[in-house]
Write a protein that binds this ligand. Sequence first.
Ligand code: EPU
Length: 417
Amino acid sequence: MSDVILVRGGAPLNGAVEVLGAKNAVLKLMVATLLAPGRHVIENAPNILDVEIMGRVLDHVGASCVRSGTTLTIDVPEDPIPEAPLDLVRQMRASILVLGALLARTGEARVALPGGDDFGSRPIDYHIRGLESMGAVFELRHGVLYGTAPDGLHGTEVFLEFPSVGATENLLLAAVLAKGTTTIGNAAREPELTDLAEMLQKMGAKIDGAGTSTIEVHGVGSLEPAVHRTVPDRLEAGTYLVAGAITGGTVTVERCRPEHLRMELRKLADTGCVVDANEDSVTITGPDRPTAVDVATLPYPGFHTDMHPQMVAYLSVADGTSLVTENIYAGRFRYLGELNRMGADIHADGQHVVIRGVDELSGCEIDGCDIRAAAALTIAGLRADGLTTITEAHHVDRGYDGWVDKLASLGATIERA
Ligand code: EPU
């Protein structure tokens, strides 16, 4: 796949796009299949790089994952190989979620330890501590985490230091087959996690409280395969809405769940957008120029950190000064330099990003950095004068199925080189 996106700014986006299932749900649903042998079906799966990589993780474990359109059929063996190798974990940190599932299913797991990334170090200490309290024992040797559960996993009370999405999911995946009851306190409440719990329930798991801060799981002896439809991607939806907004156009996002974007829609409305949300679609009309607003990223239902770069790109042309405070990651700021090369006036001070709105951006060559940054820089390019060339554009393929085509269908002058 080509590594460059070319976008020529100026055209207002108009029309409708449909979103697919959430990247951050489908990856976990794929891991959940490892908990039960047999044939599982996951519908509404976006065709993105991260799903492909998770498919390779499943292959490595001995399962097979076959795509037909947006449907994944996953066959899970009786005896999975309890291992996720470094080349895959390095490409996608979410591979770490096989830890809980494999420990629960086989009593052991060998998972290469993921490194940091552009957001900061991203440790997995909450995952480890929680699984240890359920009876797992870990040893780190040559960069690989060896986990065993000598006496099986047992239910316990875990209280997370922070409502980590991944840690909550890893514990949930482990707890469904553990002996007794596990209570996860200060749990993440993200819709993708609720989706995972719903699939696990279809598989026969006994889970109460998913979507709240306290999840109670009553372990069962075994689980059955399931058919499940992935929850729509609120980040994909939100990204197209911001893209429409920055161009002053009118964009409808269909097959989404606007209730999962309440804070993001409220903030967009505060900038002067007209927002019309229905049960499964939302239409936005962007203002000529956004009004500056302050935003703080927070765990769900707060403003999503994965909408932060797109919002900063949008606010770069606002009337006034905005302050975006990043509360989830220590650093998520490499793309700011790229926006400044386009003429934005942005600086980070600790976890705060100060954005002094400029009248216009001008296209130039910029580096895609990461999934959301690449999307944000494309969004900036839609408003910029002249041609913006986004290199390292493969990052966007990790999270957006048909990014360039969907924007082109809305009227953007955009192509993959
Ligand atoms: N953290 C720890 N220790 C842990 C776990 C997390 O200190 O053991 C910290 C992290 O370093 C971070 C914060 O807690 O500062 C939140 O991390 P969390 O565990 O909630 O994030 P995650 O599960 O690793 C998922 C998404 C991210 C999204 C975050 C926050 C997936 C595959 N990834 O990551 O999505 O930003 O939740 O909502 O679900 C993306 O899609 O672009 C993306 C990065």
